[in-house]
Design a protein around this ligand. Structure first.
Ligand SMILES: *Cc1c(COP(=O)(O)O)cnc(C)c1O
Length: 384
């Protein structure tokens, strides 16, 4: 029996490469509170990502919570039900009201054509997600935000390193947040960041993540403890040395899936638009009735073969108990998100996944298809 294959596996550079970083921390005895690695990682990440200002956090959820605080968001926040639950939790945790808007069936991102109908006098912000790392329709979202004087915070947890027309997508909106959780493209075990446009906002966010301290004796805001520690930051510095190689390997895995899963009846693979430099953060496939085997049956049967795919995002956030009573969570209002959520299956993708493993995953997946012509597909897979 082969080893278990999970949907992701963390980017883990060789252990011996991490030792010198730890020795430096032990020598400096500076374990946290904007230490040398923290400062270095902020500068190098901003440079690598092509953004002006970046504030590190101990995780992405605290970055989201703080982003809403930093912009003093009130009332209602328009968001997507098709995301990881932390997106909407950050709204509720700030005592704000999430208003769900349906998604576009091709990109899985918030459908901008449905935003205006969700705006009320209480609306102050839009919190979209660059789902799977595919950029939202940022121009249209900004146009609507400008028209109604709304703030825009992008949950860019999936969008590390993603560029559109050669520019970082992280410069869009008022703020963007990143997650560096172990399962993400770039990780600091746990970690995250807020990307902002000016030094004044960076200062405010830096105060907020350190209890609101402006100096030793002055507290200017009801801040929180969101600081990234030196061990996390040092791990991030090491990750940066390996990230280009990791991204290249992800793209090779995705391209293998793409070449093997073309023109399969009832199966669609997510694709990035031509002007987008995508990070292949996830490889979702959408299973239609024509495939001849249900999404959940494929999921269960692959599990039996030790291949652990994930149904990102099922259930929808709007189906969880603390959200389902909201007017915007009513049945039928989010029909596109409902049908995408019922058909999606995320296939394994990570830098150390071999192309041979991809072939095995595809072979197994296609064995469930009603259209499978047995040996012929097997041969096609072997020939590539
Ligand atoms: C991972 C993730 C988060 C949360 O980040 P953490 O670092 O795990 O707190 C938020 N939003 C989305 C879309 C995510 O995928």
């Amino acid at each position: 029996m082969r080893d278990n294959i999970y949907v992701t596996s963390p980017l883990l550079p060789p252990l011996e490469e991490f030792i010198p970083y730890l020795e430096q921390i032990w020598q400096s005895k500076h374990l946290t509170n904007a230490g040398p690695f923290h400062q270095q990682l902020e500068a190098e990440l901003a440079n690598y990502l092509g953004v002006e200002h970046l504030c590190l956090f101990s995780n992405g959820t605290l970055a989201l919570l703080t982003a809403l605080q930093a912009l003093r968001v009130k009332g209602e926040v328009i968001t997507t039900p098709y995301s990881f639950v932390a997106t909407a939790h950050s709204i509720l945790w700030n005592s704000l009201t999430p208003v769900f808007v349906d998604i576009d069936p091709l990109t899985c991102n918030m459908d901008p054509a449905k935003i205006e109908a969700a705006i009320t006098p209480e609306t102050t912000a839009i919190l979209p997600v660059h789902c799977y790392g595919i950029p939202c329709d940022v121009d249209e979202i900004q146009r609507i935000a400008d028209m109604y004087d709304l703030r825009v915070i992008y949950d860019a947890a999936h969008a590390f390193g993603v560029k559109q027309d050669g520019l970082s997508v992280l410069n869009q909106g008022d703020l963007s947040i990143l997650s560096f959780h172990a399962t993400k493209v770039f990780n600091t075990v746990e970690g995250g960041a807020i990307i902002c446009r000016d030094a004044k906002m960076k200062k405010r966010i830096d105060f907020l993540k350190n209890f609101g301290f402006a100096d030793e004796t002055t507290v200017v805001a009801t801040g929180i403890n969101g600081k990234m520690n030196e061990v996390q930051a040092a791990f991030g510095m090491l990750q940066l040395r390996h990230i280009d190689d990791a991204l290249e390997k992800r793209r090779a895995v995705y391209q293998r899936y793409q070449s093997l899963l073309q023109n399969i009846p009832g199966l669609r693979l997510l694709e990035a638009p031509e002007n987008v430099e995508w990070n292949c953060a996830y490889v979702p496939v959408f299973i239609g009735p024509e495939f001849g085997c249900s999404r959940d049956s494929i999921y269960e049967q692959m599990k039996k073969e030790n291949i652990f795919t994930r149904r990102y995002f099922y259930p929808l956030i709007s189906e969880f108990p603390m959200y389902r009573g909201l007017p915007s969570a009513r049945p039928g209002h989010l029909s596109v998100a409902e049908s995408v959520s019922a058909s999606v299956l995320c296939l394994p993708v990570y830098p150390t996944l071999t192309l041979q493993e991809v072939d095995e995953i595809v072979e197994l997946l296609l064995s469930f298809s009603a259209h499978r012509s047995g040996p012929q597909i097997k041969m096609a897979v072997a020939e590539i």
